[in-house]
Design a binder for this molecule. Structure first.
Ligand SMILES: Nc1ncnc2c1ncn2[C@@H]1O[C@H](COP(=O)(O)OP(=O)(O)OP(=O)(O)O)[C@@H](O)[C@H]1O
Ligand SMILES: [Mg+2]
Length: 273
């Protein structure tokens, strides 16, 4: 009961059906943009297969979530500071320690993250790609799932499948969408509308448009410089788009949900609310 009253943070999971559509770039830039808006923000690299959010920012991560799970250290020991005071939780890479979280692992994670529930405004989860059950379980532990959708036909179908599995298996019927690597804002909005039309025909899901990020070489150049785009090229179209999306998200002010409580192991308390 106590925890519910003190949970301030909103958990925003960034997900996609298909790999390589720009989840990590969106997560990182969005998290930095939120931090710049003065929101206390934490970026959690929850990509199970290939953790790289910190690499994208040129930051070394001597310790990761894997060390926390192995009880080698606490969460505060692994957090690294990014631009604008952003807190970054580096993900475990490779050997799959986080690929199969058992019950005690999940309890450990809930315990170490819980103190941050009352101090943060946003926790951005860069999640693994696709509909693997373990990746989805984490994606579903959020207040708002944001799907990154690119214009490729396969990305469209895979985003549809993800939307379907989130609705049918996880009861998540309200999602945000960011279109990425589109020609311009108009095209991005068009892509979103097309996606919403298809989804509304077959699924009970409401989709909310958060914004579009253009296909912009500055994103790739920033990656090569090991900086996020909005730091390296603040005037670029992509950087401005990320800023607008952060504004839209803050404006939306997503409500805390039971699914987000689960991230902190608070779900048992939900019924008492
Ligand atoms: N708006 C954009 N304009 C140009 N290039 C982009 C844009 N967004 C992402 N990219 C490029 O697309 C590639 C994939 O991006 P990113 O790593 O963010 O995708 P991802 O969905 O996290 O991939 P994975 O599934 O491997 O985790 C990167 O090379 C990145 O530079
Ligand atoms: Mg990624």
């Amino acid at each position: 009961m106590m925890w519910n009253s003190v949970r301030k943070v909103r958990i925003v999971a960034v997900a996609s059906g298909k790999g390589g559509v720009g989840k990590t770039n969106c997560s990182v830039n969005l998290a930095v943009a939120l931090a710049r808006l003065g929101k206390a923000t934490m970026l959690v690299d929850a990509d199970i297969g290939l953790a790289n959010a910190n690499i994208l920012l040129g930051l070394n991560a001597p310790l990761t979530v894997g060390d926390v799970l192995a009880r080698q250290c606490g969460l505060s020991d692994i957090i690294i500071e990014g631009p604008a005071g952003l807190k970054i939780v580096p993900g475990h890479n490779g050997s799959g320690v986080t690929a199969h979280l058992d019950r005690s692992d999940r309890r450990r994670l809930a315990d170490v993250f819980r103190p941050y529930a009352s101090t943060l405004d946003y926790l951005v989860l860069d999640t693994g790609t696709g509909i693997a059950p373990e990746a989805l379980r984490l994606t579903a532990m959020s207040d708002l799932v944001t799907i990154v959708l690119s214009g490729e036909p396969t990305a469209f179908m895979d985003a549809y499948t993800l939307t379907k599995v989130l609705a049918l298996d996880h009861g998540i019927t309200s999602l945000a969408v960011v279109t990425n690597m589109v020609d311009d804002e108009g095209r991005g909005r068009e892509l979103f509308r097309h996606f919403r039309d298809v989804v509304s025909r077959f699924l009970p899901t409401d989709l909310l448009y958060l914004g579009s990020v253009p296909n912009d070489d500055h994103v790739r150049k920033a990656v090569l410089r090991k900086q996020c785009c909005i730091e390296a090229f603040p005037r670029s179209q992509a950087a401005q788009a990320f800023g607008l999306i952060a504004h839209a998200l803050a404006e939306l002010d997503p409500k805390p949900r039971e699914s987000g409580d689960r991230f902190f192991g608070m779900e048992a308390l939900h019924g008492a609310r």
